[in-house]
Design a binder for this molecule. Structure first.
Ligand SMILES: Nc1ccn([C@@H]2O[C@H](COP(=O)(O)OP(=O)(O)OP(=O)(O)O)[C@@H](O)[C@H]2O)c(=O)n1
Ligand SMILES: C[C@](O)(CO)[C@H](O)COP(=O)(O)O
Length: 250
């Protein structure tokens, strides 16, 4: 059954220690088209990054946030966050990022305080993740899973293709597939080990942990946790945000 801890070795995390969220925000946003770095573009008049930081800060468990800024933009990002009045109870740190997402996350992990034992890694590019999704990931890690990812069933039939010929080579059983999102949550020691040992290029942190042979648990993701990747995603994000502002005093 998806989202169950029964297959995972249980080691409850110490709730006196803190949970941190590392937010990689150093990408350029090439697929979104020309303009400022993606995390600094606005959604409803507010930078995408500020939405993402607020989404993490809304989760009561998250007490530390590390924002990984575009390499030359750490001072600008610090000023931006200060100007947007984020909760003072959250310890927010900003560091410059790297060439790849993987490197940016590693740079963020390097500045975590010692008393953090659970780490979320959340794309700045997923600004509208609901607080319930964040909390369910933290809860599963605190409940003993070393690595947790939110995921959704595939909406389309998926094909594997020979990249040389374009000919379909297979149709994987869709019921076995999940499109995974962020925040991905980890026991800090496990994530640090993955970043210290895995050098192959990957697109998410969970796949680094998988390479260590550590089980990764999938919990239900959320449609509104989608990644702003292409121009149409911005249209959808503006619509979701407008609906929230009209109905939830968001
Ligand atoms: N060197 C990088 C590259 C990506 N990211 C972050 O990783 C997240 C997921 O990446 P993606 O959506 O692919 O963002 P970009 O790399 O900016 O997008 P693109 O590939 O279109 O340039 C984003 O929040 C992005 O800012 C990062 O911190 N450092
Ligand atoms: C981490 C991620 O958002 C999970 O879906 C995704 O892997 C990022 O990939 P991208 O290639 O950087 O868009």
């Amino acid at each position: 059954m998806p989202g169950t801890l029964s297959a995972i070795p249980i080691s409850y995390k110490d709730t006196n220690l803190r949970t941190a969220a590392v937010i990689p925000a150093a990408g350029r946003g090439v697929r979104l088209g020309p303009g400022a770095p993606k995390a600094l573009r606005t959604l409803g008049g507010v930078p995408i990054l500020v939405h993402a930081v607020r989404a993490m800060a809304r989760a009561r468990a998250v007490q530390v946030i590390v924002v990984v800024a575009p390499p030359e933009g750490a001072a600008e990002v610090r000023a931006l966050l200060d100007a947007h009045g984020l909760p003072e109870s959250t310890d927010i740190r900003v560091v410059p990022g790297g060439e790849s997402r993987q490197e940016s996350v590693r740079l963020g992990l390097a500045v975590l305080p010692d008393d953090v034992d659970v780490v979320l890694v959340h794309d700045a590019a997923r600004p509208l993740v609901p607080v319930e999704t964040v909390e369910s990931v933290v809860e599963a890690v605190r409940g003993g899973a070393p690595a947790v990812v939110p995921g959704l069933p595939a909406a389309d039939t998926v094909k594997s293709v020979d990249p040389g010929t374009g000919i379909v080579t297979g149709t994987p059983d869709r019921s076995l597939l999940r499109a995974v999102q962020t925040p991905q949550g980890f026991d800090r020691t496990t994530l640090a080990k993955a970043h210290a040992t895995v050098t192959r290029d990957v697109t998410d942190d969970a796949s680094m942990v998988e390479q260590l042979g550590v089980p990764v648990l999938v919990v239900p993701g959320h449609e509104e946790a989608f990644k702003v990747t292409r121009p149409l995603d911005l249209v959808l994000a503006e619509a979701v945000l407008a609906r929230r502002r009209a109905t939830d005093a968001y």
